[in-house]
Design a binder for this molecule. Structure first.
Ligand SMILES: [Zn+2]
Length: 139
C-alpha cells in the first residue's frame, strides 16, 4: 500500500492513460526528464519513492526504471529494478542484452528492426540501446 500523503500527490498530479495503463506525471521533471517532487528541501525522484513505499529499499548499484519505456510514467506496476549503468536508457537492460545488440548491429550489420524482432523488444528500445552503446564504448 502507498501511504496516503503520496496517494494525495498522485491523485493531484497524474492522469491515467487508459490505452497503456500508464500513470502519467503532470508535476515537475529533473534534467533527465524523470518525475520529481520537492521533499524536505531537496528534489527526489517520484519513481524511487513509490518503489520504496511499495516494494522496499532499492539495492546499492541499482536504479528504478519504467519497463513501459515511458519516462513520465509513475505506475508502480510499470516500475522495476534496473542496473544504475543503464538507467539512463529509461528501461532495464542487462549486459548480455547489450552485448548481443552490440554484436548484431556493429559486427554483423543487422538492421535495427531485425534486431528488435530477434530480441522480441520494440524498435525504439533497440535504437536507444545502440545510442547508449555508441556513447559508452565510443563507437
Ligand atoms: Zn507506464
Amino acid at each position: 500500500m502507498i501511504s496516503s500523503p503520496m496517494q494525495e500527490i498522485l491523485d493531484a498530479k497524474t492522469h491515467r492513460n487508459e490505452h497503456t495503463k500508464c500513470l502519467i506525471w503532470e508535476g515537475e521533471f529533473d534534467r533527465k526528464r524523470q518525475p520529481i517532487i520537492e521533499y524536505m528541501g531537496t528534489s527526489v525522484q517520484v519513481i524511487k519513492i513509490l518503489y520504496t513505499l511499495a516494494r522496499g529499499s532499492i539495492p546499492a548499484g541499482a536504479d528504478i526504471v519504467q519497463k513501459c519505456e515511458n519516462q513520465r510514467c509513475v505506475e508502480i506496476e510499470h516500475l522495476e529494478l534496473g542496473q544504475a549503468a543503464t538507467s539512463e536508457l529509461g528501461f532495464a537492460a542487462n549486459e548480455e542484452e547489450l552485448a548481443l545488440v552490440k554484436k548484431l548491429y556493429f559486427d554483423d550489420g543487422m538492421r535495427q528492426d531485425k534486431i528488435a524482432e530477434q530480441l522480441g523488444v520494440s524498435a525504439s528500445k533497440v535504437s536507444r540501446m545502440i545510442t547508449y552503446i555508441r556513447r559508452r564504448d565510443s563507437l
